[in-house]
Design a binder for this molecule. Sequence first.
Ligand code: FAD
Length: 544
Amino acid sequence: MTGSVTEFQNEYDWVDALGDFFASPPADVPSEVLDAFAVIQTRGRVLPPRIFYEAVEQSSIAISITDSKASILYANQAFQNLTGYCSDELRGKNESILSYKATPKTVYRELWSTILSGKAWNGILVNKRKDGSRYLAEVTVAPVLCDRTESHYFLGMHRDVTALHNLKNKVYNQKELIESVVDYAPMAIALLDMQAKVVLDNRAYKTLMADLGGREPAELILQSVSGIIGEDFETACAREYGFEHQEVMLEQEPGQEPRWFSCSASWIKEFDLRAESYFESDRQSGLLLVANEITRQKQEQEQARINAVQALMMEQSTTQNMQETLSGAIFQMQGPLNMIEAAAAMLKRQEPAQEHLYGILNQALDAGHQALQTLRASMPSEVSEATGPVNMNDVVRDVLNVMAKRLLAEGVVVDCRPAKTLPSITGQAGKLRSLVKYLLDNALDALREPGDWQREFMLTTKNDNNERVELWVQDRGPGLVTGLRFNVFEPFFSNWNSRRGHSGMGLTMAQQIAVEYGGEVDVDTEYRNGCRVKVSIPVDGGKL
Ligand code: FAD
């Protein structure tokens, strides 16, 4: 080989010259030499072996090269740093120097069968360092196929993933813990995505869904609170509207009592797991919905309220009984007094004057008027009650609850048909309850009449154009005699065959209350299937 020594102008010139040399090597250069100094050529440039060596040596991954029996020929600096062995201690030793007994033999067997078949193996091994400490190694072992068919060397790359594994386990343990806490929590919990779809739920939620006949509880709850978060879920997402302790009633299957829940919802931010979102700070939202059942508390509250209503109604009933009795007595006295007054007036005009008799009648009249005044004065005043918005459906429900025991004892079935939406009447709930009770007492009395009556009441409330509220009370008793439409409102009028226990004041008192509210009570005397009474009251309670 002949040639002259070349002066290189810059650091790349010799690389280029090397490239030229290997591009068309002189014919007498042995192929072993060419192999030994083989370089990578890219676009006319060459990468000398030293660059490859330095790249491997300085890599942060532990890299080793072994012979076909895994005997270490080379280990880079990162390998030495990680294992604690220096280069001399490693050279000639089997990679098994790192092996720790916790790795199952089957794993090594799989490693070897893979690499011996010419493929790369990836997996986790438990390695031990020179000082005996263990670490989890994420290992890649690949055969280096020099002539592309047979492997004389293996390349090993591994890194310590103990911390990552611990973190993974920690996250997993926490996830398991949270999931089991959430799963066994007594309240129904669901996580909704931005499309209001349930993506995670717990046992209580699933049970509730089954109780609701497969209807999605989250959907029903969100419908109930649409007044707070709005109808449009997308807008609610964008504005992150939440709510706290909203009481929501969920209807169950027909015939089952509705259930009450205290519901809260808050927006939580989740990391977007897509690779393209790595550098974005925006996180996806999810709505965490928690529904805590409060049916028992509600029932207790309701019972307490019914007890209070019952006590109030009893007090009102005592007052009303006295008022009825006194009104009756006043009414009864008014007739004879009118007659005496008429007789006295006639006597006064008679000739010869009947002074003596006239005086006696006048005295009787005075005494009568005085007695009437005494009766009026002893009329008990009504139980005072605040005026406010009253819902007739609530009134009917309260009266039925208070009368429940009696109705049950009498074997009466009540078919209650409340209007779905009913405007409130401005008035006093107690008075309106009395009105309903008078009508129901009458209906019960009707069923006690001799005969085989169907023991059924029907109570219907209707919304008359948002201006008036109607209540229809219907029984299947003997009904009213045709032509008595107006008489039934007279005090002490009774349609019953047996007058026992009937004061005949029920309809009178009911009408008195209705009239007080600018309304009326009407009896359908043409109705042949029992008795049907209609109450109609303006929503303003007759005050506008
Ligand atoms: P061994 O008896 O050495 O091996 C267990 C089983 O592996 C045997 O029953 C046999 O089925 C199979 N086996 C072993 N040697 C051969 C072979 N030459 N030909 C065919 N099958 C064989 N091990 C580690 O624990 N940690 C490492 O980081 C690691 N890195 C490696 C890197 C490279 C490049 C290579 C080639 C191997 C590496 N090994 C590593 C595997 C290592 O060589 C041992 O096989 C392993 O450590 C088990 O050692 P042992 O003494 O417990 O059992």
